[in-house]
Design a protein around this ligand. Structure first.
Ligand code: DGT
Ligand code: CA
Ligand code: CA
Ligand code: ZN
Length: 615
């Protein structure tokens, strides 16, 4: 039987969805980019440290790893052009290693090294108190390779007698392991990270016989910005269960099987994310998918609503509480339908007002990815983007956008090769040519992501700002100013009559930067009164504004745009991550300026400028 994948989050067809994050899936499966090369060199440095090699050699690998992480140019381009040696720290020997990695996806030197020093040992570095010398000692003297083995040895009092340890260190290591385990348990994964793992799993499972349907559930299906674990649901007949389970536990990215039975298997993936697989009978698919999508609060309220209709709802079926008769629901729509409700999009299932409104058939029609007509933040290699303008535009055409805004950085952002006025003029000539070439297909708007300086002034003068079609302002630096100062700076920027959009407003980055400390209430009020549009940055490393902030800004009367901030071709496909956050905040087409036609959008922009010119 053919596999179908029920995936209601966006209207992406299966073909398109499989394309998503292809590059990144490739990387996880062995294809390489500069970060992956950096990671290998970092691992080599750590392994050499355990081995006790000399400092000089170890530092050489570290240094190259660092420069690779900072390299904005495409590593394959450097390789093709013979320019790898331009990367700081790359000499002949390392150049050869990078070539080998790019050509074969493997590195013999690394593989030989792990035969001497197993790379399993690297997880011991995550335990406080464990450095290379101690890792070497426990490994050589006690054969310890994992945190679990280390914990056992510490409990049995075997560590304290090793040279460089002692009872105090042993106690500290036990505390460190406890902290390590708690961190592993409590850490949630950014949606974009979890999404990559999901793609690898779906790709791996798709050819497994016996799968009738496969679909993510849980917080990932609800597109919550962080995910505790992955829940994957499979519909299959009972006799196929063993084969499906075996395929699942044979994942290349698997670390350990936590538990495994005929209907439920839990594994820990490399990198620490847990994934739960459940296998259900096709006839009970609807109730199971509903149940495992959650949220827990939504499920509680839904069960209460069911009881009012004399139905009891479980993951297996609806049951008539009077007659005891089971009503099976093969489709999720059946569950909500039987309860007299319209089907509720997963993004709304958080137990707020969605059940009441679904009963009244008054749920709003949420914005969808297909509603987005133009992408309003795109970078090319004119600044820090990885690809030429033309390729970025072609991709936008392919995605069916009718307009896009090119927003390379302004001059002040030196690290991102910001554009001087001279280079801007050259870029505009290229845009004019492309517009001519692609007339009727797409309109390329001239824009900028202009730096908001520390005092709230802008990085280009007004004369120049006036000649852009659309001006996007962004705060990238000095985000640690004090609250009042930062608030004032934001307000000055969005009050500037030539600024139309505020990019990634709070500046947060998953895993590295919290939201900037500012008075968002006041900032959003200003944006609402000036008509400055707030960006919902769809890039999975940002999702900024967050769902919570979108709601706050919406209640204050703000309007939004959803943009990908793509620095590479495929990143333009990430629009759905931003749309999902907008959906979780209950936004509709009316709330999002780039879900309007080009004329309507430009009308909004003009109005915004007008407001201030009249002042
Ligand atoms: P997460 O993993 O923390 O990001 O959040 P979820 O929502 O994915 O939660 P998870 O993985 O614990 O469970 C998946 C879904 O299964 C959850 O959204 C609702 C359902 N579920 C799990 N345990 C319970 C429960 O004890 N009661 C109810 N009503 N539903 C549950
Ligand atoms: Ca989950
Ligand atoms: Ca789970
Ligand atoms: Zn950029």
């Amino acid at each position: 039987m053919e596999i179908f994948c029920i995936y209601n989050i966006t209207n992406f067809s299966i073909g398109q969805r499989n394309m998503l994050l292809k590059q990144e899936v490739n990387r996880m499966e062995g294809n390489i980019d500069s970060n992956a090369v950096a990671e290998i060199f970092e691992r080599i440095a750590l392994l050499l440290e355990i081995k006790g090699e000399d400092r000089f050699k170890i530092n050489a690998y570290r240094r190259v790893a660092e420069s690779l992480r900072n390299e904005s140019r495409d590593i394959y381009a450097l390789y093709r052009e013979g320019k790898l040696k331009e990367i700081p720290g790359v000499g002949k020997a390392i150049e050869q290693k990078i070539c080998e990695l790019l050509e074969s996806g493997k590195l013999e030197f690394y593989e030989k090294l792990t035969e001497e020093v197993p790379d399993k040992l690297l997880s011991l570095y995550e335990i406080p108190e464990m450095g290379p010398k101690r890792i070497k000692a426990v490994w050589e003297m006690l054969g310890i390779e994992t945190p679990e083995e280390l914990e056992r040895a510490a409990r049995e009092g075997k560590l304290k007698d090793l040279p460089g340890f002692g009872p105090k260190v042993e106690r500290k290591i036990l505390e460190g392991i406890k902290a390590f385990k708690e961190k592993r348990l409590s850490s949630r994964f950014p949606l974009g990270e979890a999404w990559k793992y999901l793609q690898v799993i779906l790709d791996h499972m798709k050819n497994c016989e016996g799968i009738i349907a496969i679909c993510p559930a849980g917080s990932l299906r609800r597109m919550k910005e962080t995910v505790g674990d992955l829940d994957i649901l499979v519909a299959a007949e009972a006799e196929a269960s063993e084969k499906i389970t075996n395929t699942f536990t044979n994942l290349g990215i698997m670390d350990e099987v936590i538990l495994s039975g005929p209907t439920k298997t839990s594994v820990r993936l490399k990198g620490g994310l847990q994934a739960d697989l459940r296998i259900v009978e096709p006839a009970r698919w609807g109730t199971a998918l509903q149940y495992f999508t959650g949220s827990q609060q939504h499920n509680i309220l839904l069960r209460e609503a069911a009881l009012k209709k004399n139905l009891s709802l479980s993951e297996y079926a609806l049951t008539d509480t009077i007659s005891g008769v089971e009503i099976l629901c093969p489709k999720e729509e059946d569950v909500y339908g039987r309860l007299g409700m319209s089907w509720i999009p997963p993004e709304l299932r958080e137990g707020t007002a969605e059940i009441k409104l679904a009963l009244e058939k008054k749920l709003p029609k949420l914005i969808e990815t297909e509603d987005i007509k133009g992408d309003l933040q795109i970078h090319s290699n004119w600044s820090d983007g990885k690809r030429p303008l033309k390729e970025m535009v072609e991709k936008a055409c392919e995605l069916g956008r009718s307009y896009i805004l090119i927003t390379d950085h302004s001059q002040g952002l030196g690290v991102a090769k910001g554009l001087t006025p001279d280079r801007l003029m050259q870029q505009w000539r290229e845009i004019d040519e492309l517009n001519e070439m692609l007339a009727g297909k797409i309109v390329i708007l001239k824009g900028t992501e202009v730096e908001v300086k520390a005092d709230g002034s802008l990085d280009y003068d007004d004369e120049l700002l006036k000649s852009f079609d659309v001006v996007v302002a962004a705060v990238h630096s000095n985000l640690r100013q004090d609250r009042a100062q930062l608030t004032e700076r934001y307000i000055r920027a969005i009050s500037h009559p030539l600024v139309h959009i505020l990019a990634h407003p709070t500046g947060r980055l998953f895993g590295s930067r919290e939201e900037a400390e500012a008075d968002w209430e006041e900032i959003f009020q200003t944006a609402a009164s000036t008509g400055t549009l707030l960006e919902i940055n769809a890039h999975p490393s940002r999702l900024d504004l967050s769902e919570k902030r979108i709601r706050q800004a919406f209640n204050l009367g703000c309007k939004f745009v959803i943009s990908t901030d793509a620095h590479d071709i495929y990143e333009q496909e990430y629009m759905f991550f931003g749309v999902a956050q907008a959906r979780r905040a209950w936004l509709t087409v009316e709330d999002v300026a780039n879900a309007q036609s080009l004329d309507a959008f430009l009308g909004l922009i003009k109005k915004r400028s007008g407001v201030h010119h009249e002042r």
